[in-house]
Design a protein around this ligand. Structure first.
Ligand code: PHE
Length: 340
């Protein structure tokens, strides 16, 4: 009996000392386990007289129940405390700034192209897609630029290993494709796409760039239509106060021909390196479709007329966003691209 009381007292004290679930489980093994102190104490029953044995048996059961109740209670308390501590340590600080996500963005050329589509769409022009790889025939011949014509110097390009197959130098060959498809219907289309030229790369010139060609063919189309439509485009693109000028020029596939200049964004027309001290920046070439080209497209120039233009998309983007160097467009520098 004495030893059982000692076991009970020590076990109760040990229970209070267990500070973690692991320690408490070790206590359970040492006290209430198969070889635990309580089990060992029951062995002393053999030393007792027959009258004392039932009393001892009853007492030992009380001790077991009391200790295992105390164990369960302490286990629940320790588990709760551990969970609380864990939650306190692992709390999520919702006031911390979140990790930045990087949504993709649209390239400034694409942005400008979409704006151009929208404006021409509003004016009744439909997008017509044409190929990047062209034949000499479409890129030059059918546009009234025969072999050895000096005007070919304006459009030196990249040739494939197949003779007569090249990367288009302008979107103008698309005019012929469109005419072949629509003839004899009237046409109002824009033809966007990449063009390629064998050029010295400078702040103003690249070996690849976008153009948007425009073509209107019908009856009674005059130079006044060309001027009015292009001026309207420029005002819609750059604002109603836009200063512009038409300047006579030469293209083999239009007659007469003109280029459209917009006041330089950088110097406001005073003259600077970007505009080569002229105060003006050229954004497109244009003109009345040459009779030979109309005929090559299947239209009778005695009945039909039309105007055409080809605008440089990156030039327009440079004016609109104040970009001083065309090389930024293909340099893949995120510091540039992220500004759009
Ligand atoms: N294709 C010409 C160029 O690339 C531009 C142009 C298109 C001029 C249509 C007149 C008519 O320079």
């Amino acid at each position: 009996m004495d030893s059982l009381d000692t076991v009970y007292t020590e076990a109760t004290a040990g229970l209070q000392q267990a500070k973690t679930v692991t320690e408490l489980e070790a206590w359970h093994r040492d006290v209430l386990g198969r070889k635990g102190s309580v089990q060992l104490a029951t062995r002393t029953v053999g030393q007792l007289s027959p009258e004392e044995r039932p009393v001892f048996g009853k007492r030992i059961n009380e001790v077991k129940r009391s200790l295992s109740d105390a164990y369960e209670e302490r286990l629940a308390a320790l588990k709760a405390a551990e969970l609380r501590a864990k939650m306190a340590a692992e709390t999520l600080d919702v006031t911390l700034p979140g990790r930045r996500s990087y949504p993709g963005r649209v390239h400034p050329s694409t942005l400008t192209l979409r704006e151009i589509y929208r404006i021409w769409g509003d004016m009744g022009f439909q997008v017509y897609r044409s190929r990047d790889v062209e034949s000499d025939e479409y890129n030059f011949e059918l546009l009234n630029i025969p072999a050895h014509h000096p005007a070919r110097d304006m459009w030196d390009t990249f040739h494939t290993t197949t003779p007569g197959v090249l990367l288009r130098t302008h979107t103008s060959p698309g005019q012929i494709h469109a005419m072949h498809e629509y003839c004899p219907e009237p046409i109002r289309v824009i033809l966007p796409g990449m063009c390629y030229r064998y050029e010295q790369i400078t702040a103003r010139a690249e070996i690849q760039f976008h153009q948007v060609e425009g073509l209107a063919v019908g009856q009674n189309i005059t130079l006044a239509d060309l001027k009015g439509t292009l001026a309207d485009f420029a005002r819609r693109m750059f604002g109603p106060e836009t200063q512009m000028r038409f300047r006579a020029n030469y293209f083999p596939f239009t007659e007469p021909s003109a280029e459209l200049d917009i006041e330089c964004f950088l110097c406001g027309g005073k003259g600077c390196p970007v505009c080569k001290y002229t105060g003006w920046l050229e954004i497109l070439g244009s003109g009345m479709v040459h009779p030979t080209v109309l005929r090559n497209g299947g239209y009778d120039p005695a009945l039909y007329s039309g105007f055409a233009f080809g605008m440089g998309v990156e030039r327009i983007a440079m004016l609109k966003y104040g970009i001083e160097d065309i090389r930024y467009f293909w340099a893949n520098d995120l510091r540039f691209l992220e500004q759009f």
